[in-house]
Design a protein. Structure first.
Ligand SMILES: Cc1cc2nc3c(=O)[nH]c(=O)nc-3n(C[C@H](O)[C@H](O)[C@H](O)COP(=O)(O)OP(=O)(O)OC[C@H]3O[C@@H](n4cnc5c(N)ncnc54)[C@H](O)[C@@H]3O)c2cc1C
Lengths: 250, 547
């Protein structure tokens, strides 16, 4: 089975972003990067699917050449090869600009299963998975928390605000992965050493122009400092009073 | 003025003679790109794992490392980092090992001790001295964590004077050994699968030698052999999660092929082991120092007194800046020695000792400063400051106390001065070898290197062989050599790094390196100023009267 994990290099969630001098984006020089949280789950599910059913896992990303660092991490955890579709200007991006070139790759087209994170932790659009499935004309289940594959058919549980939905569908399919689907593994030393011998390809995709334009970026207003009204049960009346009169939330 | 050669004789040895040979530390021996990348990947992976898996406060409270944590170290393959690939390891060198130790130590000092006892100490005898068969037998078990190793040298009567050990091994007719004795304060003992035990063996040439004079040999003693008894855990000040026990060996029959290294050369095996182990300990100190500094910076930025963050007060700034600079210096010294080891230098005894002395003592004062920044809250067990202080204390004692290391350095460093016909001078580093922005401080450091050479020579002239009995003077020469070794490492490292930095990043690096070098310069000057201690006779008489 050809399995693809779509992954994204995103700014590390612990780093405090700064707005660039021109006010049109973030100051990228001050950022550290990581593999997006939900993409780790997608990669883990891809590797587990391979371990259970055989085949090959390709970690695929659209991004700058530096994203090979995150791909190397995917290879260390068990993916067989990595591919960067080069998009040096990947930052001012609308949802469509990612799935369009991705759907055009042989890697995606030749797969039976494509895993994506439910959303990337930088932009939170939660759009790439479903759009990719639409462009490929495949089944799609989003926010998956349980997946069973049986030959060319599969069942999945999807978590939504109203409850759990149970799906049956046939492959090929795009799955977007939600927290709880699995516990991503650590690469381990053997994985890191093995990754050195695995290939990472770079490709020049057919990029699409963004139809929207970023005209400004600003940080949310700073929150005022908290105030400790007291400690223990004795503080409850004062707290209630403050919530009623100061914060006006009660 | 005497001179020496670098390379074979090493940087610190040359410093005692007043020269800083260029080839010994310039350019900075950076690992190649692939090694660096792999070490970074391991560092990132281990840091993420440790942050999620290890709860250092809980380990300290329970005085126990959960079995999942120990198993995790094995499952991630970390216990075989330095084992050659053919024996199931990753075949990495001392640089990668240092980074691993730093990553784990940054999270938990107790946990890193497991790795240090196993890979830094217990595994070394077979790695350095084992036959191919012995390597094939032991290394895969060590690498997989199937057997955790424990290094058993110290005895109740033989601590610093490890050569005074009394554990004995008698040869049996079938070639196996009957080993008896008791080792104390043994790391990893509670869960070790094998002990590297040092014991006295009869000398075939002189079979009648009394026990105390017999040569020492090293044995791997599997923990399950009859006669091996591990006592309950010691109750310690710090490193509470690590296992430290007395281990008794009562007529344990050890197979002949468990003797590791040449028979009768066990002391050499032990010293060589400690030589690299010590360097790994310096790397641990970097991790804990970074943790303490991060906590101090955070606290200083958040704590408001007199209407502003305490980070704005000069006395707090002095402590914080000192942490940043000295962590840079610890890294420079430790990575320089790692680079020398990885490029195949065999004489790094003094460099390794210098790294251990500086890193352990600086971590101790740094942890104390970090607690001071936290004020009364730092004293409370609710916060990590006091644990870091407790955990840091042992580093000045084990793997050679810092007193022993200082006298060892002086003894080794002074040796060539007593020998006639000093070797030809090697090309010396000059100010022009360093980044121009560091020229001023580099000039002062090089001047101080010469001052150390002159001071040493003068001292030898006035005291002669008496210097070998003047420990305070020895310690001060050693101290100056430690400070200057570290300063040179800082300047070399920064010079290399500055070729890849520009703008604000370069400016920041120049400033940190300058402060780091100046602080070592201060330490070197202070040591040399007290070389002839006017109070030493006084000190002698005071103690003499009182004990
Ligand atoms: C937590 C912990 C873990 C340990 N793990 C291990 C282990 O895994 N394996 C192992 O073999 N050992 C281990 N040890 C033992 C450790 O190596 C010894 O404690 C150390 O070598 C010092 O020996 P000692 O405690 O007997 O002190 P002593 O040798 O009695 O020293 C006492 C003091 O006298 C000073 N002193 C001694 N001789 C001289 C001298 N000639 N000149 C000047 N000063 C001197 C020392 O510096 C020290 O300050 C461990 C100890 C601890 C506390």
């Amino acid at each position: 089975m050809n399995i693809v994990a779509c992954i994204k290099r995103v700014p590390a969630t612990e780093t405090q972003p700064k707005v660039a001098a021109d006010g049109m984006g973030l100051d990228h020089s001050a950022l550290e990067y990581m593999l997006s949280f939900y993409d780790e789950i997608a990669l883990e599910e891809a590797i587990r699917s391979k371990e259970a059913h055989g085949g090959e896992v390709t970690a695929l990303t659209l991004g700058p050449t530096e994203a090979s660092k995150e791909l190397r991490d995917c290879l260390a955890r068990g993916a067989d090869k990595g591919r960067v579709s080069l998009d040096p200007a990947c930052h001012p991006r609308e949802p469509r600009t990612t799935p369009t070139p991705t759907a055009a790759t042989d890697t995606a087209r030749g797969a039976e299963l494509v895993f994506c994170g439910r959303q990337a932790t930088d932009r939170d659009n939660a759009a790439v998975g479903p759009m990719l499935a639409t462009m490929l004309g495949w089944s799609c289940v989003t926010d998956v928390i349980e997946l069973h594959i049986d030959g060319t058919s599969a069942t999945a549980k999807r978590e939504s605000e109203r409850g759990i939905e149970h799906f049956r569908f046939t492959l090929p399919a795009v799955i977007t992965c939600q927290k709880g689907l699995n516990e991503p593994r650590y690469a381990g030393l053997k994985g890191i050493m093995a990754a050195k011998k695995k290939p990472i390809e770079e490709a020049e995709p057919m990029l699409v122009e963004s139809a929207t334009e970023v005209v400004g970026v600003s940080l949310p207003p700073a929150r005022p400092a908290g105030r400790i009204v007291g400690e223990g049960p004795d503080a409850v009346p004062a707290l209630l009073e403050a919530l009623r009169t100061e914060a006006k939330v009660l | 003025m005497t001179s020496t050669t670098a390379g074979a004789s090493g940087l610190v040895r040359a410093l005692f003679l007043g020269s800083a040979p260029k080839a010994a530390f310039l350019p900075f021996p950076e690992p190649d790109a692939e090694t660096r990348e792999t070490a970074d990947e391991i560092f990132a992976m281990v840091s993420a794992w440790a942050a999620e898996t290890i709860d250092p406060a809980a380990i300290d409270r329970a005085a126990e490392i959960p079995v999942e944590v120990r198993d995790g170290l094995a499952e991630l393959g970390l216990l075989g980092l330095i084992v050659p690939e053919e024996f199931g390891g990753a075949g990495m060198g001392q640089f990668a090992y240092s980074r691993l130790m730093e990553a784990v130590a940054h999270r938990c000092a107790s946990t890193v001790t497991v790795i240090g006892g196993h890979m830094g100490l217990a595994m070394k005898p077979v790695l350095l001295f084992g036959t191919d068969e012995q390597k094939a037998h032991w290394l895969p078990q060590f690498a997989s964590g199937e057997r955790l190793g424990s290094f058993a040298l110290t005895e109740a009567g033989a601590g610093s004077d490890a050569g005074g050990l009394r554990t004995s091994a008698e040869e049996l007719p079938d070639g196996s050994w009957k080993l008896s004795g008791t080792k104390v304060m043994i790391t990893n003992a509670g869960y070790a699968g094998v002990f590297a035990v040092f014991a006295r063996t009869p000398d075939p040439e002189q079979p009648d030698l009394p026990l105390a004079e017999r040569p020492i040999s090293c044995f791997y003693v599997p923990a399950e052999l009859p006669g091996v008894t591990v006592a309950p855990e010691e109750d310690k000040m710090g490193l509470k999660g690590s296992s430290t026990c007395e281990v008794a060996f009562d007529e344990v029959v050890v197979p002949a092929d468990h003797l590791i290294g040449p028979r009768g050369k066990g002391f050499k095996v032990a010293l060589n082991t400690l030589n690299t182990g010590r360097h790994g300990l310096a790397a641990c100190c970097i991790g804990q120092a970074k943790l303490a500094a991060e906590l101090a910076y955070k606290q200083a930025g958040e704590r408001v007194q007199f209407g502003r963050p305490i980070a704005e007060f000069g006395l707090i700034r002095e402590m914080l800046a000192g942490m940043t600079a000295d962590i840079y210096a610890m890294e420079a010294g430790t990575h320089l020695a790692a680079g020398l080891m990885d490029r195949g230098e065999t004489d790094y005894l003094l460099e390794s000792a210098a790294c251990k002395i500086f890193a352990t003592e600086r971590l101790w004062t740094l942890a104390n400063d970090s607690l001071q920044v936290a004020g009364g809250w730092g004293f409370m067990k609710e916060f990590p400051f006091e644990r870091i202080v407790r955990d840091a204390r042992i580093n000045l004692i084990f793997e050679g106390t810092n007193q022993i290391l200082r006298t060892l350095m002086a003894g080794q460093g002074l040796k060539p001065l007593l020998q006639a016909g000093a070797p030809e001078p090697e090309e010396r580093a000059t100010v022009a070898d360093f980044d121009a922005r560091l020229a001023a401080v580099a000039g002062q450091v090089l001047e101080q290197v010469e001052a150390l050479g002159s001071a040493t020579a003068e001292l030898l002239e006035t005291k002669g062989k008496g210097l070998f009995f003047d420990q305070p003077a020895q310690a001060r020469i050693s101290e100056a050599s430690v400070a200057l070794y570290t300063a040179l490492a800082v300047l070399s490292r920064a010079t290399s790094q500055l070729t890849e930095l520009d703008g604000q990043a370069a400016e920041a690096r120049v400033e940190v390196a300058t402060l780091a070098a100046r602080r070592r310069l201060r330490a070197a000057r202070a040591s040399l100023a007290l070389l002839v201690d006017p109070d030493s006779d006084l000190e002698g008489r005071i103690v003499e009267r009182a004990y």
